[in-house]
Design a protein around this ligand. Structure first.
Ligand code: TXA
Ligand code: MG
Length: 316
């Protein structure tokens, strides 16, 4: 059992983090979306260590994080529409699922045997500094035990993974608060949304000048953020609540006041940034029953509702 070090967001912290990654260890790092649990994507043992720390099922592939689009060419085949999206949204909260390049050197466990690789260039300055200092691809799922709420602060990572990973580098709270939008491409080149996130499908459509298809429900698990029960706090979750029932804590939004609020002004970006932090707070308070106010199904609201539905889904 490693003792988990809390590293500072400075040159010393970066140096320590790079040393851990080079040695095949795991470092949780801030991104603009949520904290990631990073390891060297070329090292089987490092990647296996990520799966072990999270108790993540091995059929669920990881996103590889790199510093810029140029680096992506080393690992994946980048079609013209993919390049358009990358140029428009990288660095930023968009993950592209692309054909894995033969000889990429990416550990097979990263892709769970799929012929595709999920790639992302995070915008967080600390993630950028770390990726550049390390100089290689970093596999990083969200830094939470599998199935639980993603971490948007270093202390959330500590609460879930302390004693299971080597270090967390503390970059403060994450700005977006929800995981990246994941887009893949069908055989005919059409873009398809695999997970809604910080960038809306409409924004991607505007860049592509072409429609983005919705997730294929019959396709099974292509992005197990698609697993039905996911992002779940300890307590049960009831959706579209306008008032608390006996024993419930109400998470408000806009006009529905609640005990705590996702956003009193009904601001979707604020609600996205606060959602996981409030779930962690309710876990800390030992809330058994959580009710959540309705959030409009538009723009970022779709990604928020996607996470809420999974948090509310029946659990194994
Ligand atoms: O914002 C984010 O994307 C965060 C930060 C840390 O970058 N990462 C994140 O990772 O959310 P994770 O592992 O929690 O979610 C990654 C999702 C999973 O649902 C996984 O199934 C999907 O990406 N994925 C990874 N590789 C894939 C592939 N080749 N094809 C389809 N889906 C893939
Ligand atoms: Mg996750």
């Amino acid at each position: 059992m490693p003792q988990t070090h809390l590293l500072s967001p400075d040159a010393e912290g970066i140096e320590a983090a790079v040393a851990i990654l080079r040695a095949g260890g795991r470092v949780a790092l801030p991104t603009e979306t949520v904290y990631g649990l990073g390891g060297d994507a070329r090292e089987d043992a490092a990647v296996a260590g990520i799966f072990a720390a999270k108790d993540r099922p091995a059929f669920n592939p990881l996103i590889v994080h790199i510093a810029d689009l140029a680096a992506a060419h080393d690992y994946a085949e980048i079609s013209a529409p993919a390049a358009k999206l990358a140029q428009a949204f990288w660095p930023g909260p968009m993950t592209l699922v692309l054909p894995l390049k033969p000889g990429s050197g990416i550990a097979p466990l990263v892709t769970a045997g799929l012929p595709t690789l999920a790639v992302r260039v995070p915008a967080h300055p600390l993630a950028q500094r770390l990726l550049r200092a390390f100089g290689g691809p970093v596999a990083a799922p969200s830094a939470n035990p599998s199935g639980r709420v993603s971490a948007t602060e270093a202390r959330h990572v500590m609460a879930g993974l302390s004693g299971r990973i080597e270090a967390v580098i503390d970059g403060g709270p994450c700005g977006v608060g929800l995981e990246s939008t994941i887009l893949g491409f069908d055989a005919d080149g059409t873009a398809r949304l695999l997970r809604p996130g910080g960038i809306t499908a409409e924004a991607a459509e505007a860049v592509l000048g072409a429609p983005v298809l919705q997730p294929a429900p019959e396709a099974g698990i292509t992005a197990p953020g698609q697993l039905l029960s996911h992002y779940a706090p300890s307590g049960s979750v009831r959706l579209n609540a306008t008032a608390a029932r006996e024993g419930e804590v109400l998470l408000g939004f806009g006009p529905v006041k609640g005990d705590l609020s996702l956003s009193e002004t009904g601001d979707l970006a604020e609600a996205a940034a606060r959602l996981f932090g409030l779930f962690h707070e309710l876990d800390r308070r030992g809330a058994q029953r959580i009710a959540v106010a309705p959030v409009p199904e538009e723009g970022l609201g779709r990604a928020i509702n996607d996470r809420l539905r999974r948090a509310a889904a029946p659990r194994e």
